[in-house]
Write a protein that binds this ligand. Structure first.
Ligand SMILES: NC(=O)c1ccc[n+]([C@@H]2O[C@H](COP(=O)([O-])OP(=O)(O)OC[C@H]3O[C@@H](n4cnc5c(N)ncnc54)[C@H](OP(=O)(O)O)[C@@H]3O)[C@@H](O)[C@H]2O)c1
Length: 405
């Protein structure tokens, strides 16, 4: 691979693909040839020469003059097939597809090891915030205790506007969709799945633990109402959807939940579509990274940085993952990492509910505060985490759960 003219093939020319195209064209130092762009819909108008476009992935995957495949499509299964094929045939890959990466991480990691290829994906978590390489490189030997982040711009935008404008969830979501800050189908964002995929990827690089999306709790803001925001406001707090991963003895506590945050918390200041990630280490203490967590150009710039890194043969060393595997092997532990997920602890949470029956599913150990009125009912209580974990299958429409710090 030569640094002056890298041959790059793109899969996807939507928000991220076009962002990359712009960023690449404006780069004064980095030179690459876009050899081909594979997309799906033949009816769409494109801003590049028709000769660059193909609708057949084989037009790229069968070539032997491509240095880097850049995968930026929304079809998770097809993305997995493309990335696997490229890695298996000796081509390095940059991807931004967090759902695909989190779902198929183990398989893709194995393919890299087997073929000596690199798969890097800075754009998949935190948008323009260079968090994955920071965890890999800067914190490679540091004993990290926790990582917590606002990792989804859409939900943060909705929460910010609800608070600042005193408006309810449905109205603000609709507005966000009209302004391009939320998808037509917002479920992955509002129900916390997008945050979950990113949290899983960050957990791999922070701690070496590999978990599947359906193994980790994600509760989002889909059931939030203005009553919750008002409660937070009265207490001088804000609500933020946070992806959390922390070491707890030999295990790890990992989940996605709405949290009340205090004014002295750096994440309190992260507003609108911005993301913020706080990393805490034994010696480095707390450090917070903020920036645009998504969008065409911010994500495109992260993808370009990855392409550039491949020119100097960069690949993730996965030091923490290798260390954890060694430790588990020495302790005679087999199977996947799910046994390392700690579910045996309590969390202090605010739970708004409609009828008290809805609380029966929860292992409520100590109620600190209870409020009942014709409009709003809530409790603040210590709750066994396992019972919250069980809600991930079906939280229903009436419960809103938020962690109290
Ligand atoms: N948007 C962001 O801010 C952001 C940030 C970080 C990561 N990501 C991730 O990046 C990926 C792309 O997101 P996006 O926002 O750019 O999506 P997008 O704007 O909807 O564009 C998706 C692109 O993928 C192409 N595509 C879909 N299915 C395909 C298939 N089977 N074969 C070939 N091409 C296919 C589409 O082709 P057509 O043009 O023909 O429709 C389109 O060009 C997703 O995995 C997303 O999660 C997005």
């Amino acid at each position: 691979m030569s640094n002056d003219k890298l041959s790059v093939a793109l899969f996807g020319f939507g928000c991220v693909g076009q962002g990359l195209y712009d960023v690449l064209n404006h780069s004064e130092v980095f030179q690459a040839d876009i050899a081909r762009i594979c997309v799906k819909d033949p009816a769409k108008e494109r801003r590049v020469a028709a000769s660059l476009i193909t609708f057949d992935k084989e037009d790229i995957l069968n070539r032997n003059d491509i240095d880097v495949v850049v995968e930026m499509i929304t079809d998770t299964e097809e993305a997995y097939r493309i990335v696997s094929r490229a890695l298996g045939s000796g081509v390095n890959v940059v991807s931004a597809s967090k759902k695909m990466l989190a779902t198929y991480f183990s398989e893709l990691h194995e393919l890299q090891e087997k073929n000596g290829t690199a798969l890097i994906y800075e754009g998949s978590a935190g948008g323009s915030i260079p968090i994955i390489r920071t965890l890999e490189e800067y914190y490679d030997n540091e004993l990290l205790s926790s990582i917590r982040g606002i990792l989804n711009g859409t939900t943060n935008y909705i929460l910010t506007r609800m608070e600042l404008e005193g408006r309810d969830y449905g109205e603000v979501l609709k507005d966000a969709q009209q302004n391009g800050f939320a998808e037509a189908d917002p479920w992955s964002d509002v129900a916390g799945y997008d945050t979950l995929y990113k949290t899983l990827l960050l957990s791999i690089h922070a701690f070496g633990i590999v978990l599947k999306p359906d193994e980790v709790l994600n509760l989002g803001i889909q059931n939030i109402s203005f009553a919750d925001i008002r409660y937070a406001r009265e207490k001088g707090l804000r609500i933020r959807l946070i992806g959390f991963a922390a070491k707890a003895g030999d295990k790890f506590r990992i989940y996605v939940l709405p949290h009340f945050v205090k004014p002295d918390d750096e994440l309190y200041k992260v507003q609108y579509e911005y993301n913020g990630i706080e990393v805490e280490g034994a010696y480095s203490c707390k450090q917070t990274f903020t920036g645009k967590g998504a969008g065409s150009h911010p994500t495109g710039s992260a993808v370009l940085s990855d392409i550039s890194a491949l020119t100097y043969n960069y690949k993730y060393a996965y030091k923490k993952l290798n260390k954890l595997r060694r430790q588990r092997h020495e302790q005679g532990q087999t199977g996947n990492d799910l046994s390392l997920l700690d579910k045996d602890f309590t969390l202090k949470v605010y739970i708004r509910f409609k009828s008290k029956d809805e609380l029966a599913r929860l292992d409520i150990r100590h109620v600190e505060e209870e409020y009942r009125s014709p409009e709003v009912n809530f409790i603040i209580a210590e709750v066994g985490f396992s019972s919250l974990y069980a809600l991930r299958d079906d939280i229903g429409q009436n419960l809103f759960v938020c962690v109290v710090a």
